[in-house]
Write a protein that binds this ligand. Structure first.
Ligand code: CTP
Length: 398
């Protein structure tokens, strides 16, 4: 997919610059053409000779020397994508605020191509309000942000701020800009995360869902061109979701209302949320005191969102549900597929190692209404999301 694509790589001054020769190798191996711009401080972290050898192009560093002027306008027009990796705190701030004191910045401000950045900095810098604000500004300019990783940092501390690995960067670049867009013009609705059912002002009934699987599906649908709305329960992690219309909800009733309101104008509906099946009949107005030895809570069933949308489903809509099971997995999943009138049901069994809430991986089998069964190995949730969206496209959009 990268064959013949022109990638302009901007490298800024940071330890993670040592990973950039590997990024270039991956891009060249995939058939891309690569040109490299170094900021003045990046020169201390990675050698021009290595970069020019691997990219097969001279490395650009200065706006001009005694004899020539680097045409930053044409560089930005030559490129299909400008990738800035690593993006330092300093360059981020300049990109956010319009300061233009080197060739990379001049190219950035004049680029007509899409821009994607892979930030890299120490955890405290990454969480500083100024950095958060600068990242939001870049997003508002339409730039794509590759999320940072957690791990050992140059300072010796452990935390968030590491630049994503080269493979992830190249994958995200490919998925975001060069993947065919068979879902363009389609509207998708995704539910994700848990719901919290209030018992009193401080307590609730909830579950361990992190929302990661549903969020990964929302992003993947967006990568394939869909216009995505995500109805997201109360998750602990903050997700970067540029371009996805995200509606935050707390309770099963709120999730029902948000999904039901939008289902009619959706072509693809994926209900990945772990919706609470029961909610307290009464929510105490004041904090419940521990006066008695036992406490009985009376619960009532919540509305089944997937089932309602299944009843109201139009023939041109694709409805996908999940089934999280601990036993009789296949028959329970098929029962849900039928009873909820879904087109596809994604089964994950808690008996499978590497599947379930809170994990980075999942192991799924997809059952289709017309008897199809698609089994997949245990994979990271992003790859699982790709498999699910691939099945949707293969069955309904080719
Ligand atoms: N679901 C929903 N609304 C609910 C409960 C579940 O939309 N009130 C959806 C989930 O998002 C999922 C599917 O229904 O796509 C199956 O959820 P699951 O919890 O596995 O099954 P339940 O229908 O709740 O049945 P049970 O808990 O008895 O297995």
């Amino acid at each position: 997919m990268l064959k013949g694509k022109k990638i302009l790589l901007g490298i800024t001054g940071g330890i993670a610059a040592y990973k950039t020769p590997y990024i270039i190798r991956l891009l060249i191996k995939a058939g891309a053409e690569v040109k490299v711009i170094l900021t003045p401080s990046a020169k201390d972290f990675v050698s021009k000779l290595t970069l020019s050898t691997l990219s097969r192009n001279p490395v650009l560093t200065d706006l001009f020397d005694e004899e020539s002027w680097a045409n930053h306008v044409m560089l930005g027009r030559w490129a299909d994508v400008l990738l800035v990796a690593p993006l330092s705190c300093n360059t981020l701030s300049k990109m956010a605020t319009g300061q233009c004191d080197n060739l990379l910045l001049a190219t950035y401000f004049s680029a007509t191509c899409p821009v994607v950045v892979a930030p890299s900095m120490d955890e405290d810098m990454w969480h500083h309000p100024a950095t958060r604000q600068n990242i939001s500004k870049l997003e508002s300019y339409g730039n794509k942000i590759i999320p940072v990783d957690q791990g050992e940092l140059a300072s010796g501390l452990y935390g968030e701020g590491r630049m994503a690995e080269p493979e992830q960067i190249v994958q995200m670049l490919t998925d975001t800009f060069f993947l065919p867009k068979p879902l363009s013009g389609k509207r998708a609705l995704v539910s994700a995360g848990p719901t919290y059912e209030p018992i009193d002002p401080v307590r609730f009934i909830g579950n361990r869902s992190t929302g990661k699987m549903g969020v990964a599906i929302a992003k993947e649908l967006q990568n394939r061109g869909a216009d995505v709305t995500l109805v997201l329960g109360p998750v602990r992690e903050e997700f970067l979701l540029p371009g996805i219309n995200t509606i935050a909800v707390n309770t099963a009733q709120e999730m029902y209302d948000a999904c039901h309101d939008r289902s009619d104008r959706s072509d693809i509906i994926v209900m990945a949320a772990a919706v609470s099946d029961y909610t307290p009949i009464v929510t105490a107005e004041e904090k419940i005191k521990k006066e008695n030895d036992t406490l009985n809570l009376e619960l009532k069933k919540t509305r089944d969102i997937l089932k309602t949308l299944g009843k109201e489903k139009r023939a041109d809509q694709v409805l996908v549900g999940f089934a999280l099971e601990t036993n009789d997995e296949k028959s329970n999943a098929l029962k849900k597929l039928n009873e909820k009138n879904a087109d596809l049901i994604v089964l994950n069994s808690l008996r499978d190692e590497g599947a379930g809430f809170g994990l980075e991986t999942n192991k799924i089998t997809i059952f289709s209404r017309n008897g199809g069964e698609f089994r997949f190995e245990q994979k990271p949730k992003l790859a699982v999301a790709k498999d699910i969206v691939d099945v949707i496209i293969r069955l309904y959009y080719v």
